[in-house]
Design a protein around this ligand. Structure first.
Ligand SMILES: *[C@@H]1O[C@H](CO)[C@@H](O)[C@H](O)[C@H]1NC(C)=O
Ligand SMILES: *[C@@H]1O[C@H](CO)[C@@H](O)[C@H](O)[C@H]1NC(C)=O
Length: 182
């Protein structure tokens, strides 16, 4: 296959990946707003496996904007300390589906809220094309404790997306991030 063939094949793969992911039916952004904890994570990247023992539960605040976009503030416990990151997710025509421009990588990523019941959990798929295709699935919960049935649902989804078993984890809680406590 020439380089054009490879490029065409990649585009087809990307279209297939996006086409078969449906967001939560009747997604309601107002109900999705507020505080979430990222209690589960699956990341399809070889470097992630090296660092996964360092990953801690992150906290996020989802703020809907009047134009349908979303501000997301995340508190991540890093080896260097507690880091606050701000993201802006841009609404698409499909409720529950957003795009996000990563200034760090200079690329657009797709964010899909695959499944949520708003009061307890959300399964969110993040997809990017960066040399090869990297995809992340996150399990967000309204509290630090999540029911086993919810974790199993997240795990089953990640496995159905062909994430390796050892890339799916439930990280320990952060010690002091955000510093003011939870
Ligand atoms: C959303 O984020 C942008 C960029 O950080 C900021 O300027 C704006 O004030 C934020 N809006 C709200 C409602 O938090
Ligand atoms: C949300 O999901 C959890 C776990 O499946 C369930 O126990 C809870 O009743 C659900 N809440 C609502 C409002 O559907």
């Amino acid at each position: 296959m020439g380089s054009t063939g490879v490029a065409v094949a990649m585009v087809i793969v990307v279209m297939m990946v996006q086409a078969d992911v449906k967001p939560q039916r009747d997604f309601n952004l107002q109900r999705f707003a507020g505080k979430w904890y990222r209690v589960g994570l699956a990341y399809d990247s070889p470097t992630f496996l090296q660092y996964k023992s360092l990953v801690k539960v992150s906290m996020g605040i989802v703020t809907p904007l009047s134009n349908g976009n979303v501000n997301l503030t995340m508190w991540d416990q890093m080896p260097t300390g507690c880091v606050i990151k701000m993201y802006q997710y841009v609404a698409t025509d499909v409720p529950g589906q957003f795009t996000y421009f990563s200034t760090r990588h200079g690329i657009t990523k797709d964010i899909t809220v695959v499944d949520t019941n708003y009061t307890e959990y959300a399964i969110v798929l993040k997809h990017k094309v960066f040399n090869r295709e990297y995809t992340q699935v996150a399990l967000y919960a309204r509290s630090l404790k999540v029911k086993n049935e919810v974790y199993q649902k997240f795990k089953a989804f990640a496995l159905s997306r062909h994430f390796p078993r050892d890339s799916i984890l439930a990280p320990p809680t952060a010690e002091n991030c955000p510093a003011s406590g939870h």
